[in-house]
Design a protein around this ligand. Structure first.
Ligand code: NAP
Length: 297
């Protein structure tokens, strides 16, 4: 079956509603994929509709420490996303020399504040503060980043990817899925969620032997790469023509542009772009986790 990376036409479920994307199918034998930007726009407008019917606006607390320019840009993006769908995002800023206890106390205070639905601490924080202690302090019911051990939410990047693949009707059951990277926030939860979807999951990492990447890639139906090394996976590797490549990696090259782990335009069924791919899915997942928190108020 031919697969083209252009606008798609099929129904997908979102919360309690069923949305139908305009069909643009040129032939019954051709499946047309929906562009990620279009998918995210549709999901955001569904969220906006849901939020507009709520009597109390959802509230997201973003806690920042210090003045990391990259973090400031991420926080601006999160606030903008929240505002677009009608979520109120409040930011609490602390100087970089704040003590860990003061920060943890602020988190505890927000845990007990019923006007706040979700709390996230923007990483990185200064080395004097333990991320583990932060994660153990945030109320699991408010941990919309999904980082804490008992969090009721899926971490945003894996959640965003799984939801997108589900909407695109990726055939998870029995599919050979390769996850490259084993970080706590992307690689490990990604592999777990794919296993829960009945994929055969292989997890590769920096100690994997070079020839084994070639072996597993050549047999993969889905490859999710989260290593952050630009253009590592190129056309010298064999891919199934039907394979889906999900590129989580983001690296700024010497050319000043953002690049993924895969070189663009590999000969496969579907490859997510960088930028404009998984980053958008991650941002969407944060808003959707917050809405789940609101439902369990
Ligand atoms: P991380 O904590 O640095 O983990 C990187 C993982 O990749 C590690 O498990 C490491 O293996 C593995 N690795 C590194 N080089 C490798 C290589 N040459 N071959 C095979 N495996 C290799 O990073 P992360 O937080 O998971 O993020 C990974 C990338 O995704 C970064 O570029 C980050 O910016 C990006 N990211 C993007 C989004 C998004 O929304 N698009 C979200 C999160 C992260 P070892 O465990 O053996 O060291």
């Amino acid at each position: 079956m031919n697969r083209l990376d252009v606008r798609q036409g099929h129904p997908f479920c979102f919360q309690d509603e069923l949305f139908f994307v305009m069909k643009k199918q040129t032939s019954p034998s051709i499946i047309l994929y929906m562009d990620i930007k279009e998918y995210v726009t549709l999901r955001k407008s569904a969220l906006k509709n849901q939020i507009s019917s709520l009597t109390k606006k959802p509230r997201l607390s973003i806690i920042t420490v210090g003045n990391d320019p990259a973090s400031e840009a991420y926080v601006r993006g999160k606030k903008k996303d929240a505002a677009e769908v009608g979520i109120e995002a409040i930011q609490t800023w602390f100087p970089g020399d704040i003590s860990e206890e003061t920060l943890l106390d602020a988190i505890r205070k927000q845990n007990n504040d019923s006007s706040i639905d979700g709390i996230l601490v923007q990483l990185p924080v200064p080395k004097s503060i333990s991320v583990e202690h932060i994660n153990l302090t945030i109320d699991p019911k408010k941990d919309v980043d999904g980082f804490t051990p008992l969090s009721q939410f899926r971490p945003c990047t894996p959640r965003g990817i799984i939801d997108y693949l589900t909407a695109e009707k990726f055939p998870f059951k029995g599919a050979n899925a390769v996850v490259v990277g084993r970080s706590e926030i992307v690689g490990k939860p990604m592999a777990k969620l794919l296993l829960e979807k009945d994929c055969n999951v292989v997890q590769l990492h920096s100690k994997t032997k070079p020839d084994d990447f070639r072996f597993y890639f050549a047999h993969a139906d889905l490859i999710v790469s989260a290593i952050g090394k630009m253009n590592t996976w190129d056309a010298s590797y064999s891919y199934r023509p039907s394979a889906w490549l999900i590129d989580v990696g983001i690296t700024r090259g010497e050319d000043g542009h953002l690049h993924g782990d895969f070189v663009p335009s590999l000969p496969v069924a579907k490859q997510t772009p960088v930028p404009g791919g998984v980053g958008l899915l991650t941002r969407l997942a944060l808003l959707e986790n917050l809405m789940e928190a609101v439902k369990h108020r």
